[in-house]
Design a binder for this molecule. Sequence first.
Ligand code: AHR
Length: 842
Amino acid sequence: MKHITIGLFLLTAVAAQGAGGQDMVLDIDLSSRQAEVSPAMYGIFFEEINHAGDGGLYGEMLMNRSFEERVMPEGYHVENGALVPPVVDNYITGEPTTKSYRWGDDPFPGWEIIKRGNAAAEARTVTDNPNFATAPTSLRLTVKNPGKGVALVNKGYWGVALQKDARYRLRMYVRTADGGKDMTVRLTGASGEELGSVPVTLDTDGEWHEYKAVLQASDTTSDGRLSIELPGAGTYYFDYVSLFPEDTYKGRENGMRKDVALMLEELHPGFVRWPGGCVVEGITLNNRFDWKKTLGDPASRPGEYDTWGYRTTYGFGYKEFLDFCEDLGAKGMYVCNVGLACYGRSGEYCSDEEALYYIQDALDAIEYAIGDTDSRWGAVRAAEGHPEPYPLAYVEIGNENFGPIYDRRYNMFYKAIKEKYPDLTLISNYGLEGSEGADTIEMVDPHWYVEPKHFFNTTRLIDNYERGKHDIYVGEYSCNQNVGGGNMLAALSEAAFLTGIERNGDIVKMASYAPLIENRNDRAWPVNLIWVDNDQVVGRSSYYVQKMFAQNRPDYNLKVNADIKSADSAPLIGVDSYIGLGTWSTQTQFRNLKVTDANGNVIKADMNDDTQWVTPRGQWTRGDGVASQTGIENRTALIWTGGRATDGSVIEFEVKKTGGNEGFLCFFGLQSPDLKKGYMLNAGGWNNTASAIEGLEDDNSSPISLVVPDRLDSGRWCKARIVLRHGKAEYYLDNKLKVTYATEPMERKFYAAGYDEASGEVILKIVNATPEKCKARITFTNGDVEHTGRVIVLKADAATDENSFDEPLRISPQEHTYPGFSSKFDYNFEPNSLTVIRLTKK
Ligand code: AHR
C-alpha cells in the first residue's frame, strides 16, 4: 500500500496591510446612520440550572425548606440509585429514549439531626395531616431522650453565609401535641458556636402554627448553620423552615440575593427570559416548569424535580420573575410549553387536542401578567398586590422543539395568542432558517454553544442574511468548548460575535448569553456567565463583555470602511488524511465507500478486508460488503486505513439507518486513525433534526458550519457524497446539497462603531483577540470629536486566563480618560482585549 504522509495544509493568510503598517484601519463616517440597535438588544436568560435560582439568585438561605426534596415527579421511580422517568415515545424519533437522572438516598437533604450526650431521636418525612395540601410533606422528629440536647440543623446551600450584624428573617411552621414549649433557634458556625439566637414559645395544641422571628448574626461566616434546639421529649412536626436576609434586592420579602441581583442589574438587561431553557419542557411533561404552581404563598408551593437534577422550590416564581423585571427596568419574556417535553430527554408529547390545555395555560400566564383586573388571572395579579400590568412584552412558543409536530403546535399557539394579544412579540424556537411548516414567523431563536473558532469565523453570518423574512433573537449563546472554565479567549470570541450582532441590529433584535448563573457546588453545564457560592459572586470575563456591550449600546451603527490585517489563517479542509464512518446512538449500515482524488483516481474500500479498518469505538460488524453499527453508543467510529482523502477528493458511500435516534457521522481530515483532530459530518444529528460539519478535537466536536434543519429516513439506502475542494466541504445526500462549510483566513480583530443620541457620543468597540498589540488608525469623516474621551479596557495577559473565586476581578474592565483623540488618530489596542472608546461628537 502506498505510504502517505499526513499533515494539515495551511492556507496562507493574505494580509491586508494598512497604509502606515497598521493592523487595523477604520474610516468612520460620522454623518451616516446605519442599522439601529434595539434598546432590548442585551437581555438575560434565567433558568433554574446549576442551582442558579435556589442557592443562587433567590434569597432563600436554607436548602429543602419544605421537606419536599425527595418527592418524585408522577410516574417516576428509582432504580439503582437513579431516577427513571416513565417510558414514552419521543416526538422526534417515534421511539422511547431511556435515560436516568440524578437522585440521592438522603431522606431529607439539607438537614441533619444532632444528638448530644445520650440523646435519642428519630426523624422521617411524612405526608399525613399536611400543613399545605399543595406541599404536603413535613418532617416528623421524635425526641425519645433529650440527653444533652437534640437539634434539627440546616446547612443551607453548601453552608449558610452570615454577615456580622446582618439581620435574617426566620419563618417556620411547627406542630406538637406532647413536646416542650421553649424552643431556641440559633445561628451557628460550622462547629456549633452560637452566632445569634432567638427563643420561640411553641403552642402544644397539636395544630400547625406559624412562627416568625428575626435573628442577628454576631459574626461573619461562610459556613454557618441554622440550628433548632428541641425543647425536650415529644414528637414535633416541621414544615417550611425558611431563612432570608432582611436586606434583599429592593427589600422584597420573598426577594433576590442582593449581591447576585446587583450583578445582573449592572448588565442593564433589556429583557429577562424566564423560566428557561429545557426546564420549560421538562424531562417529561409532568416535571415541566408549571407557572401556576409558583403563585401564592411560597410556603404552599410544591416545587418540582427540575430537568437539571434537583428540586426547585418554585420560590423564584412567575410573580417574582415579573417583579424582578420591574425592579431591573426590563421587559419580560415568558417561554411556554407547547405540550412537548425535551426531545433529548424523553421527548414526551400530547395530542393536538390535549395541547389546547397548554394553549390555555399560556393565555392564562399572559392574562396574569397584562390582562385587565376584571379578567380571571388579571384579578389574581391584582389580589396579589399588583393591579397594574407587568412589563411582559415577549412570549416564546416552546424551547428547542423541532419537527412536524412542533410546526403544528407553533401555528396553533401563534394564532391563539396573536388573536388575543396582537401587541406581544411572539418568538418561535426555530433556528436561523425558520421552518417551511410555520405559517407566520415574527422571530426565530437560534442557539449557539460553540468553540472560539466558530464565533471568530461567523461574525459576518448575519451580514448577508435575507432581510424581510423574520427577525432574530439569539436566545442562547456562549463559547463553552475548549475554553477551560470559561477563559478570556471565550470572552473575546463572544465579543467578536456581538460586533456582528450589533452591526445587524436591523434584524437581530435581542440576544441573551446562557446559562446565566452557576453555584460552584453544582455545575450541571460546562460554562456559565456568573459563578456564585453562598457569599461570593464572580463574573467571568464573558460577564464583563456582556456588561461592556450592554452599557455601551449605541442607538444606531455608523458606516465604517475597514481594512484589517488577518492575524491567523484557518486550515483548509481536504488534506491528505484518514476517513471514517460512524454513528451517534443509532444503528446504521454503510457500503460502497470510495474516494476519488482530483485526478479521477479511485480507491475503493473493501469492507471484508480486516487490514483496512480500525474501530476506535462501537459495535461494528463487517461482511458481504456492508459495515453495520449495531450498538447505541454515542460517537462510534470505524476508520478506513486503506484510503486517504486529499484536497480535491470526493468521498462517496451508501448509508442506511436501521434504528436509533439520529443519522450518521462521516469523519474526514483526520490526522491519524483516531478521533484526535479533524472534521466530522453530523448528518441527522440533534436527534435527527439537523445536519452540520463539526470540528473535531480530542474526541470533542462542535459545529463550524451552519446547523441546517435535516433528517435521515430509516430503512432505505441513501447516497452520501462529501466534496472537499479548495477550502470547502460540501455534503450531498441523494444528490441534494445539504451542508456547506468554507474556510477563510480567520479574523482575530473586530470592530463596531455607533452613536448614542442621548449623550452625543460616538461609541467604538474594538476586539483584539491576538497576543500582540493591534496598531490602529482611525479616521472620522463628515464630523469631528472632542480630544478627550473615555476608554474602558478589558484585557488579560494570556487568552487562557480566567477569573476565579480567589481573583474575581483579575479580568475586569478598567476605565481611564485619554486626551489624544482627533478626527484622525493612531491607537494601540492591548493584546487579548476588548476596548470601548466613548468620544463626544463636536
Ligand atoms: O442553557 C442550557 C440549556 O441549553 C438550555 O436549557 C437549553 O435550552 C439548551 O439546550
